[in-house]
Design a protein around this ligand. Structure first.
Ligand code: HEC
Length: 636
């Protein structure tokens, strides 16, 4: 039942790399003495150790040396700080800190504010359809095979590149694993500014629309740029300078993270930022002494001008209560979990905000996990919710420890009984508009199952289509995001050639063929239009599936794969038009050699004839990397 493979998948695909390293003895000891009381003790605002472990050794060292942890590091010498940083990050604090980014010379520093953002947010449009209109993409299907590398940017010292770039004003705005935000020149890839934030940035940046009076009248000069980070903080920067205008911590829980991208909306004369809140408490629970579990997912509405909170709606309405004690007397608390992992979907007609939730972390499992919610855009009141899979409480303490892993998993102490299959709804529902208001919401789960829901009838289930092998483990299925063109939905799927199943799933046991790839469905019936299963075009032993969010332009859908291949498919036939190896070594704009790896996470961007893709997701089965590539058809 316990399977380390499940753990591998979940960690590497959903949350990031778990670099395997020897526990650095003195680093571990110093951490236990000097840091653990706050960073493993559930102290409000102190990011849980599991979140610190997602940072690079450079970022941790910087926090101790010049950042917010200077006081806590008092009395530690450079070697001790290094030891702690290497222990937490699980890799050496290497010489790569020396890599310099190339700053833009004079002219390239100039923002062209006549070129508006290519996307309203992570989902491109408010409906999360991830469709770039032809005028914005400026890329014809026939041009795609002629795309070439225009430039490559390497994030200094990082081992993951997984956020979604925003293109606006002739610049690329993008967040990094170290919590840094960059503005790069879109033409050449040189750096206009860098902002040093806190936790890793996993989503996209969102820019204030140009029509905002303050921007139009030039009273503030430049629009604001918003993003969330892995420490549960939302940042608002001046887009021209990268200087922060406000920052706001949206959840006091020590494991809280803003993983999905906030949505910006003008409501009754006020600009509101809707922030999805998820957490890493399922990993924190693997520490046996951790009181599991107390996090509840939520949507927080902020005033976008000031960062002031307006309201907060929890996915689980009541705070967790004691459900018993562990053998050593630590309270067990629940229900918990049901985090919101992705960018919410807006329905202006129904005045609703839709989002999906993940699993419960502790027992009892409740009706709020693995569900699609609709809440009021104005008050946050829950309008309806529909659960796709009940009884799904699980966390990392349920999984076997990995040989050689730094993660102290498998303690079993915090594993809920019964233990669920961890079939989150990680990506958001897409809203597809039909004739006469016949709209449909399409959602997907890690089970490899897609669902059609009726937003006019409280999310009534219209259809269910199981696409991939859909093993009830975190090793398969749908992760980050679908795309759509008209009424056609494109579902990227991942299925590993592994045979670990929850007890009793006989159907899954009988069918162990991986069916990773890209699938097209009809939004109203759920019927399959075409499938581009990886084994149909893959020339390698195993291509890996398509964990990254898909993206569509007219006639074409893009999917990024575990093997680092970015592929373009004809959206009518599913025929593969082009593939490009983003994992190959390249020379970057600053002159060093770097490479990408697995493509996963938020997804790519297409604007002004250029494809922008982050490559290097890392993890144990994926490959790390740290490049942002710009591909375009060279001018002849
Ligand atoms: C007294 C409690 C406490 C102790 C002890 C402590 N921390 Fe922290 N740590 C915090 C809090 C609170 C934050 C969040 C700070 C903020 O939001 O500005 C934080 C943030 C951090 C961050 C993220 C910094 C960033 O860039 O945002 C790192 C890394 C970190 N701590 C490492 C450590 C290490 C390593 C130690 C041991 C040497 C340590 N901390 C000791 C409370 C503590």
């Amino acid at each position: 039942m316990k399977s380390s493979a499940r753990l591998l998948m979940l960690l590497c695909l959903l949350m990031g790399p778990a670099a395997l390293a020897e526990e650095s003895g003195s680093g571990a000891k110093l951490f236990a003495e000097r840091c653990a009381s706050c960073h493993e003790g559930g102290v409000a605002r102190a990011p849980n150790r599991s979140l610190l472990e997602l940072l690079t050794p450079q970022a941790i060292d910087a926090a101790l040396t010049t950042g917010p942890m200077q006081a806590q590091a008092q009395g530690l010498d450079a070697a001790q700080r290094k030891g702690i940083a290497e222990f937490l990050a699980g890799r050496p604090l290497s010489a790569s800190t020396a890599i310099e980014v190339r700053r833009c010379p004079g002219e390239a520093d100039w923002f062209d504010w006549r070129r508006p953002p290519a996307a309203l947010g992570w989902g491109i449009d408010r409906e999360n359809r991830r469709f770039i209109p032809g005028a914005v993409a400026a890329l014809e299907p026939a041009q795609i095979p002629h795309l070439e590398l225009a430039w490559a940017f390497a994030y200094p010292g990082l081992i993951r590149a997984a956020s979604e770039p925003l293109i606006a004003a002739g610049a690329v705005f993008v967040g990094s694993q170290d919590g840094d935000a960059y503005a790069l020149d879109a033409r050449t890839g040189c750096v206009r500014w860098i902002y040093h934030g806190g936790g890793e940035i996993r989503g996209a940046m969102v820019m204030e629309p140009w029509s905002t009076p303050a921007v139009k009248q030039g009273s503030r000069g430049a629009p604001l740029l918003y993003f969330g980070d892995n420490f549960g903080t939302v940042h608002a920067l001046d887009a021209r300078t990268g200087i922060p205008v406000w920052t706001r911590h949206v959840d006091e829980h020590s494991a809280a993270r803003v993983y999905g991208t906030p949505v910006l909306l003008q409501r009754h004369g006020r600009r509101i930022l809707y922030v999805p809140v998820a957490s890493f408490e399922e990993v924190a629970a693997s520490t046996a002494s951790y009181p599991c579990c107390t996090f509840r997912g939520s949507i927080v509405a902020l005033d976008a001008t000031t960062g002031q909170p307006l309201w907060k709606t929890y996915t689980i309405p009541a705070a967790p209560v004691e459900q018993g004690r562990t053998a050593s007397g630590t309270p067990r608390l629940g229900p918990s979990g049901a985090g919101v992992w992705s960018s919410p979907t807006v329905d202006l007609q129904r005045n609703a905000l839709y989002f999906s939730t993940g699993n419960n972390y502790s027992g009892p499992a409740d009706a709020n996990s693995n569900a699609v919610f609709a809440i009021s855009l104005d008050t946050g009141k829950v309008l309806w919710q529909r659960q796709m899979l009940a009884g799904d409480a699980s966390n990392m303490s349920c999984y076997a420890p990995l040989p050689g892993s730094r993660f102290s998993l498998g303690n079993d102490v915090n594993c809920p009984v019964p233990f669920g299959p961890d079939l989150d709804l990680t990506g958001p529902p897409l809203l597809i508009h039909g004739p006469q208001g016949r709209d449909v919401l399409v959602a997907g789960a890690k089970s490899g199952t897609t669902y059609g829901l009726d937003p006019a009838h409280a999310g009534k289930l219209l259809w269910t289509t199981r696409l991939s092998r859909g093993t009830a483990t975190s090793a398969g299925g749908f992760f980050f995001g679908m795309a759509a063109e008209g009424g056609r939905i494109f579902v990227p799927l991942l299925d590993f050639p592994m045979t670990y199943y929850p007890q009793g799933d006989a159907a899954a046991l009988a069918d162990s063929t991986p069916r990773d790839g890209l699938y097209a469905l009809d939004a109203w019936s759920g019927r399959l239009a075409w499938s581009a299963a990886a084994q149909d075009y893959c020339t390698r032993a195993h291509c890996g599936g398509n964990p990254a969010a898909a993206l569509a332009i007219p006639g074409v859908v893009f999917a990024g794969a575990v093997d680092g291949m970015l592929r373009a498919f004809d959206s009518h036939s599913g025929h593969m038009l082009w593939e490009y190896d983003t994992s190959a070594e390249v020379t970057t704009v600053s002159g060093e050699r770097a490479h990408g790896g697995t493509i996963s996470g938020s997804g790519l961007m297409v604007a002004e004839g250029t494809v922008y893709v982050n490559s290097g997701y890392g993890g144990i089965t994926g490959t790390p990397g740290n490049v942002l590539l710009a591909l375009r058809v060279p001018a002849r």
